[in-house]
Design a protein around this ligand. Sequence first.
Ligand SMILES: C[S@@+](CC[C@H](N)C(=O)[O-])C[C@H]1O[C@@H](n2cnc3c(N)ncnc32)[C@H](O)[C@@H]1O
Length: 196
Amino acid sequence: MSKPFSQACENNKAPILAVLRDAFEQASNVLEIGSGTGQHAVHFAAGLPHLHWQTSDVAEHHQGINAWLSELSLPNLAGPIALRIGEDAFPQNGYDAVYSANTAHIMHTHEVQLMMAGIANLLPAGGVFCQYGPFIYQNAFSSASNEAFHFSLLERGLGGYKSIEQLTDWAGPSLQLTDIIDMPANNLCLIWRKQD
Ligand SMILES: C[S@@+](CC[C@H](N)C(=O)[O-])C[C@H]1O[C@@H](n2cnc3c(N)ncnc32)[C@H](O)[C@@H]1O
């Protein structure tokens, strides 16, 4: 099968990897939520060989993710498990880090609530969650194109952008937002850390 391809992933994978090198320096076992094409997973697992990287997504993406994974056969990269937040329980496999890119504005509000609370519950003290994407911050979109995209998502029946303030609320007191990192194309990396 031909592999699915995202130009955005090609553009953002290097700057995200630079963030993960620091954020996941002490981590060993990562769960990725919403792996999409699988491009991020192969790039990050290759660039961060000290990590075990577990892909996941809804079932219709698995064939494409497997197509990317089978080309490289990286020893630290695992084929996708079925995880649809809101339907499936979080896998329990000793994860000490979670990564998710461009999922919060696709998911519906109740799914993102469950994702944030679920990650807070999943991670051990010191665990890290790196969340990449476009967000609303201090009541503002980061660009006019982001605002337009938000409304186009709503028209298509998708969840739309979430605010950092909402995410913080849903994460609860045990999962603290410790860094907000500016990324290219008006995106952000949010670094969340589970407290002792
Ligand atoms: C815009 S894509 C992002 C894919 C990839 N992470 C990237 O950055 O290119 C959104 C992803 O979220 C996944 N997704 C949507 N709703 C989900 C849910 N309820 N639970 C888990 N994944 C979900 C989709 O299947 C899709 O892979």
